[in-house]
Every structure is written in C-alpha cells, then in structure tokens.
Design a protein around this ligand. Structure first.
Ligand SMILES: [Zn+2]
Length: 555
C-alpha cells in the first residue's frame, strides 16, 4: 500500500467496521475479512472437488467493421464435463469428428492454444487459485465497499507475493459481508509459461443455498493480445458458463423419498376403459421412448428441468394448436436445452429449443415461427424412432450423449414442415407480425457465415448453411430490409438476453428486462456475447435473483 493512502484507508476501514465490537482498529478488522474469505474459498474448493458440472465456452473472434468498430468474424465452441477433483480438467462432449472440424477453423487460436488447453484454460478462470489462495502467496489491499445488486461487498486488491511462482491470480475480489464468500473476481494470472497466454477475465458467482456461492459465468475479452512472437494481435470475447452441480439423480432421489406420500395405493380407473387399443399401445410405446430420451438429456444436465419458461413456450404452442384446431394426442410439450448453439427439434411430441436460440429471438412472433415449424413435424406425424422405448438404449456415459442422440431430419421432412408451419402461422394470431420473424432470419443469414459454431446444431437440423436459411425461408420475402445501423430495428438479440440459469439446480428463468433505449447501433449486438454484470441477491430472495441484470432491452 502506498503511504499517501494510508490515512484514508484507516479512516474508511474503521468506519466500515464500526459496528463490530471486537475490532479496535480497521486494519485488524480487514485482516479478519481476508482470513474469512480465504477460509470460505478453501471450503468452496472442497465442495467443488466432488462435483462434475457442465462447462460451456463460446468464443467470438472480433474483426474491424466500419459501422460498429468490431464485429464477430469467427467463433469457437466447447462443451464438456468439468472434473474439479484434480485441479481443473474437462472431458469434451463434442465428438472427435466435430471437434476436428471446429479446430480446423480455429486459425490463430489453434496455433495459440493446443486443442486440449483451450477448454481447460477457460474453465480455469472459475477458480481464483486452485491450490494456494492464502496469505503466504498473496498480498491484500482494501479498496472500498460496493453493492453488487442487493449484496454488500468489500472490494479488495489481490497481488501475488514476489516469490509466489507462476500462474497466480492478480486483480480484484469482491467479498460479500455476511459470510465473507468471494462473489466476483476480476483480473488475470501472472507469469505464463513459454507458449502460453493468460487472458483477462471477470468471473461471477451466485448464491445457490445457505452460505453457498458457486461459479456461474466468466467473461473474457482481449482487444490486442500479442501472439506469434508479438507479430499479430488477438481480438476476441468469450463467455464460460458452468451449470449442473446437482444431477437429475439427486433431484429424483428426493422425489423417491416422497413417492409413498404422493401416490395413492390403488389407482382410481373407474372412468377409463380397462384395456388399451393397438393405437393407444403404440402411442404409449412412443411416449415412453420420448420420455426416456428426455430423462437421459436431463440426467446429462443438458436439458433444463421443466419450470416457468416452458409455460411461456407452451402458451405459444397452445395458441397455434387452438387456432388451427389441431387435435394432437398425447399433448405437445416444450423443453429447453441449456446449450448455446441455435437449434430446435422434436423428440416425439416434445418440442426442444436451445437456450441460445430462445435468447436471440426478438419477439413472440419469431418464437411462434420456430415453434410452428416443430409443431408441423408433429402434426405431419413425423415421429422419432421408437427404439428408445427400450430402456437399455439410453444407458451410456454422459460424454457420449452427442454421439448417441441425433434428431436431425432429412431435408424432405424439413421442407414439408416448413410448408405446413406457414399454414399454421397464417391461421394464428401471429399472422400479422411475421415480418419480424422474417427479419430475424435475415439477420441469421447475415451472421451465419461468420459464426459457424453458433449455427452448428448439437442435436437437430441446421437452421442455415453458409448464408442460406434452411428454416422457414419463405418468411424472409415479407420482411423489410435489414437496417444494421438503425437503433429502432432490432432483428436479433445478443446471447444471454432473455434467460438466466440457476447453476446448482439447472432451473432456467426469464430475465426481467428494464426497457433500455439504445444509444447507438453498436449496442444492438445481434448474436453477440456481451459482458456480464449480474444483479446479485441472497438465496432467500431467489425468485428475484438475477432479475435486474443490466442488459439491453430492445423492446
Ligand atoms: Zn425441422
């Protein structure tokens, strides 16, 4: 600490700890905060060592643009399971063939980071120091107090001691003042080895239970990081998300405990026929296959457990079903995949939409267009293979889930569904607002070539190939000209614009967005990653959690 700030430091600290009866001076009280924070961090590490959450990293390489300063020009995607028992290791979900094509397009990145290093390097930024976050290795300096949302924090500068070794954290931590957990840290690591580069990052945690703050999202950005012996500069932004700390098995375990209470001992079937007809048996067989696949995806922490978001989606589907007088048995359901690549598909009578697609859709009519296409597959009777009705077919390791499940369809089925979906939309209340859906597809076409990994589905059929829209392309004809530089035309939203996730339970919720007038077209950021700035709250107010995130509302 510099001499000149010593007086101010002492005054602020004493005031900050004035209520604490045990502290005679600020410096001693500050030491207590640091000691508590170190203890809490060590406890968190112990908890995390037993967990195997999902880690998803999405990177957008930025290039110069005359209108916007910089726009994404390429992208990279990683999805895997994190093993925190021995430091940070990841096991990729992406099959080798797909990963290979991804790595092939890495360009600068593949030379900079080995393929294995990349996901691991980004996952690393969820922890401050996996081994030795303590006074022996770090110096701490009080900065100020600050609210992050509803949570009051101490802001503390952290620097490694001179002889602390390579790979130490340097930057700033935010420590909440109830239990002294670190809720945010922002900085980089020091002294990279030859050929390694450490990037700057901002890592956020959320409260998921009493005294439990877990890693959630990390944003990284570099605008002129030298690489290749300093000859070239790297310009990118990246978001790493972690979720799936509890498994579907954990959730089902508590369900099992309550089983005897929930169900009556004998089913009352007085108003039902005693036997199933062949058609009913077929439907039951198909529904069972559907449920097996959904359960397996939820068990792999890729599918969100049903919550309020699905009710919104169900309402839109219901609007289409009712106005078209469709009679679909069993009823159509909706679910959300927690992954970023833009996709939607059906499993039996269940429509699945990815979080990335849900986030970027600008309005309800665009959502209706996506759901109408999937509803059309169902209405046309294009069922999935019933082989999944045999339970053994869904018994495999989580890491194999992308190889085992493919829900892509032949183009002939896609074309038929596109035509049928237009019919459904024309008879629906969304008919008047379809220009917005067409505009979204235009924006998608404009971005598709530059963001191949955002466009490449994990399970379903492609929405676009190169710059050609394969899904509902007829809607493009009625759409207005894409006006990239106008602030009053929002064709697609940034990633993460609509939904927020509880990383402990996988529960997804819609963000309550404040209307935020745009200052310039640069703030539109269609399909782009944006910095993270969470409105933190304590778990007791869980329903309001993340409710006021500072993100741009184009409405
Ligand atoms: Zn389709």
């Amino acid at each position: 600490m510099k001499k000149s700030s010593a007086v101010a430091f002492s005054l602020v600290i004493t005031a900050a700890f004035a209520q604490s009866p045990n502290s005679n001076n600020g410096a001693a009280a500050f030491d207590q905060v640091v000691d508590r924070a170190i203890t809490q961090e060590t406890t968190l590490l112990k908890i995390l060592r037993g967990e195997h959450p999902i880690a998803e990293t999405y990177i957008q390489d930025m290039g110069p643009d005359p209108d916007f300063g910089a726009v994404p020009v390429d992208d990279h995607y990683f999805l895997g399971k994190l093993d925190l028992s021995r430091g940070v290791t990841t096991e990729s979900f992406i099959p080798k063939s797909k990963a290979a094509s991804g790595v092939g397009s890495l360009g600068a990145f593949s030379r900079l980071f080995a393929a294995q290093y990349l996901p691991r390097g980004f996952a690393q930024m969820l922890l401050i120091d996996g081994a030795q976050f303590d006074r022996a290795h770090y110096d701490f300096e009080y900065v100020k107090r600050e609210f992050l949302g509803d949570v009051r924090t101490y802001v503390i500068n952290v620097a490694p001691k001179k002889d602390a070794g390579a790979g130490r954290f340097t930057g700033r931590i935010w420590v909440e003042d109830r239990e002294f957990n670190i809720v945010r840290f922002n900085g980089t690591y020091t002294k990279p080895h030859m050929g390694q580069v450490y990037i700057h990052f901002d890592s956020w945690r959320v409260n998921c239970g009493p005294d439990l703050w877990v890693p959630f999202e990390t944003f990284s950005e570099e605008s002129d990081l030298p690489y290749a012996l300093g000859i070239r500069k790297l310009h990118f932004k990246a978001v790493t998300r972690v979720w799936g700390f509890t498994t579907a098995e954990d959730r089902h375990q508590s369900e099992f405990t309550n089983l005897t209470v929930d169900l009556p001992s004998v089913r009352d079937s007085s108003d039902q026929a005693a036997d199933n007809s062949p058609v009913e048996s077929l439907r039951a067989h198909q529904r069972e296959g559907e449920d097996n696949v959904l359960d397996r995806l939820e068990k792999a922490n890729l599918l969100a457990p049903p919550a309020d978001v699905e009710k919104i989606l169900d309402t839109v589907v219901n609007n289409l079903v009712v106005t078209n007088e469709l009679n679909i048995v069993p009823e159509v359901r909706t679910r959300v995949m927690l992954t970023t690549p833009l996709e939607s598909f059906t499993i039996g009578h269940t429509i699945v939409i990815s979080r990335g697609l849900l986030d970027t859709l600008p309005d309800e009519a665009s959502l209706a267009a996506v759901l109408a296409h999937e509803l059309a597959h169902i209405a046309l009777g294009q069922e999935i293979d019933t082989k999944y009705a045999f339970s053994d077919r869904v018994l495999f390791d989580d890491e194999a889930v992308l190889q085992k499940f493919r829900f892509a369809r032949p183009q002939s089925e896609e074309d038929a569904a596109n035509a049928k979906a237009l019919e459904l939309l024309q008879k629906s209340p969304y008919n008047e607002k379809l220009t917005q859906a067409g505009l979204f597809l235009k924006a998608l076409a404009a971005a598709a070539n530059r963001l191949p990994n955002l466009i490449r589905p994990l399970f379903g059929s492609k929405l676009a190939a190169n710059n050609n829209i394969l899904r509902m392309s007829a809607l493009i004809e009625g759409a207005p000209q894409l006006q990239k530089t106008r602030t009053d035309q929002i064709a697609a939203l940034p990633l993460g614009a609509r939904t927020s996730l509880d990383p402990w339970s996988d529960r997804l919720r819609m963000i309550k967005m404040r209307p935020t007038p745009l200052l310039s077209a640069r703030e539109k950021m269609p399909f782009e990653l944006t910095p993270i700035y969470l409105h933190l709250t304590y778990e007791s107010a869980a329903d309001a959690r993340l409710g006021g995130e500072t993100r741009v509302d184009p409405q």
